[in-house]
Design a protein around this ligand. Structure first.
Ligand code: NAD
Length: 494
């Protein structure tokens, strides 16, 4: 039997998706709803989704608080068994999840099926394993054994953005659950549906009621009510720096630790000694999914001596992109998430033009889909100077900037010249230069001659306005736990 049953359901791509919240192991509907449309065809309404409010937030926190003692007491092994069942169910239902998320968020269906959603399963499996492997850290000093142990913290709110909603939510929920916390997930209102399916899979896996909850709704309404609740013990947020400020204030009010994985404006640095073709291909590949990727290296910084050669290669790869329906094989550029977002992205380009920046390619909406179409041409802008808005602010669309540098010191200066610090990409043929750049660039992650290669146990997060704290591996498990120092006298007979 399909796990996608119960409550109010709508057919989305052949999958019955619940439009309700999932609280205390049950589907719960709100009296009011919000509309969810498909970026693939904005005239298509996918669902009227329950619009949570302060009452919904209260119910969800109550359910998570009530479920916490039992889940915490199950220990890492008991929790791990449930989490591995969730992972298996995710793997089993990848086609359904992909069909729904593609319609809801418009990410390329092929990458959802082949890569992105299985990462959700890996998140559940990896954290179940990692929590079990935790060695209590013990050392002796002054006749005492000093033992460090992790205690589950308690009810945790996870708030996620609209891009890659399923994978990004599992990235945060899995370590929280493995650590013994109970979770309330609030997905973004622009792509709420695949996270509703995650609730079904947790239910099917036998997760006790109240351990995992999903609350739907608008950030400023139910999101704000959730993060203000004093019963919370952790808040984990991924989204924009502006929203992080609101959440940080709420967290401070109740002295609740929070992590924030925020926006990026990564440098993509190309030295003359690098494999220019590989660099240009990777750089132009960042237009995939309309560039709605926080980790993208959206500022191309290219050594001046290879400017023309690089640009020629870059245009060749950029020309090969295919704007289209994300469900079709061969499409590489999906529509953007929402008309408001298209307007926002177009505004950056229009202001750049007015500022005297040079549009090297693109710079306008695509005619695809007519007036309602949400595609934007892959765009490259050479700014008048480094202060241009398009260099200094995250655009989160298919818009890259192009600048040249004179030498390594100049490359470092430009790379580190924004308030962000999430990721950086460096292409060079010199190992020693790669080492120097890796140390000099201020970013949570620096990739050399590659992009988006990740080990789930590595720390992940941003410097500057790109975030607070680190997730990934033990860093995440430590965040979701209360670390306890447990001292025992050594050599006592009692
Ligand atoms: P957003 O900040 O607008 O919204 C994120 C989430 O916060 C949504 O669920 C929203 O409903 C909720 N929210 C909004 N106001 C709230 C409030 N006052 N209280 C509580 N919750 C509230 O971000 P977005 O537009 O959904 O996502 C795009 C941003 O996310 C970009 O900046 C992107 O770089 C960033 N992002 C970062 C990472 C990362 O790992 N660093 C990953 C993906 C996206």
């Amino acid at each position: 039997m399909s796990p996608f049953t119960g409550g109010n359901r709508v057919d989305v791509g052949g999958v019955a998706v619940s439009t309700d919240h999932y609280i205390g192991g049950q589907r719960v509907a709100s009296p009011t709803t919000f509309e969810d449309r498909s970026p693939l065809d904005w005239s298509v309404k996918l669902a009227d989704v329950s619009r949570g409010d302060a009452h919904t937030a209260d119910l969800a926190v109550q359910a998570a608080a009530a479920a916490f003692p039992e889940w915490a007491a199950m220990g890492v092994k008991g929790r791990g068994d449930v989490m591995r069942r969730v992972a298996d169910l995710i793997d089993e239902h990848v086609p359904s999840l992909a069909a729904v998320e593609c319609l809801d968020m418009a990410m390329l269906e092929e990458s959802l099926r082949l890569r992105v959603l299985s990462r959700g399963a890996r998140n559940f499996r990896a954290y179940a394993d990692l929590a079990e492997q935790y060695d209590e850290r013990v050392w002796s000093s002054n006749g005492t054994a000093n033992r460090v142990m992790r205690m589950p913290a308690g009810p945790t709110v996870v708030i996620t953005p609209w891009n890659a909603p399923f994978m990004l939510s599992t990235w945060k929920c899995a370590p929280a659950l493995a650590a013994g916390n109970t979770v309330i997930l609030k997905p973004a209102e622009w792509s709420p549906l695949s996270c509703s399916l995650l609730a079904d899979l947790c239910h099917e896996a036998g997760m006790p009621p109240g351990v995992f909850n999903v609350v739907q709704g608008i950030g400023e309404e139910v999101g704000a009510a959730l993060v203000a609740d004093p019963r919370l013990t952790r808040i984990s947020f991924t989204g924009s720096p502006d929203t992080a400020k609101h959440i940080g204030r709420a967290a401070a009010e109740n002295i609740v630790p929070f992590t924030a994985e925020l926006g990026g404006k990564g440098p993509f640095v190309v030295f003359a000694d690098s494999d220019l073709e590989a660099a240009a291909k990777k750089a132009a590949g960042q237009y995939d999914d309309s560039g709605q990727v926080c980790l993208a290296g959206t500022r191309l910084l290219v050594e001046a001596s290879v400017r023309d050669e690089f640009l020629e290669l870059f245009h060749r790869f950029a020309d090969a992109h295919v704007l289209g329906d994300s469900r079709e094989a061969g499409t590489t550029i999906s529509p953007m998430i929402h008309p408001e977002h298209v307007t926002r992205v177009a505004g950056f380009v229009d202001r750049a033009r007015a500022n005297g920046d040079t549009i090297l390619r693109g710079g306008q909406r695509s005619p695809l889909g007519g007036d309602d179409g949400l595609w934007y041409e892959p765009t490259l802008i050479e700014p008048r100077n480094n202060d241009s808005e398009v260099v200094q602010h995250e655009i989160f669309g298919p818009v890259l900037t192009f600048q040249t540098f004179t030498d390594e010191a100049d490359a470092v200066r430009l790379a580190n010249s924004t308030a962000y610090g999430l990721s950086a990409i460096v292409y060079t043929g010199s190992q020693s230069r790669a080492e120097r750049m890796g140390r000099a660039v201020r970013a949570g992650t620096v990739w050399t001659n590659c992009f988006l290669v990740r080990d789930l146990t590595a720390p992940f997060g941003g410097c500057g306005i790109s975030g607070i704290g680190r997730e990934g591996g033990d860093y995440a498990l430590d965040f979701y736990s209360d670390l306890k120092m447990f001292q025992v006298l050594e050599n006592t007979t009692e």
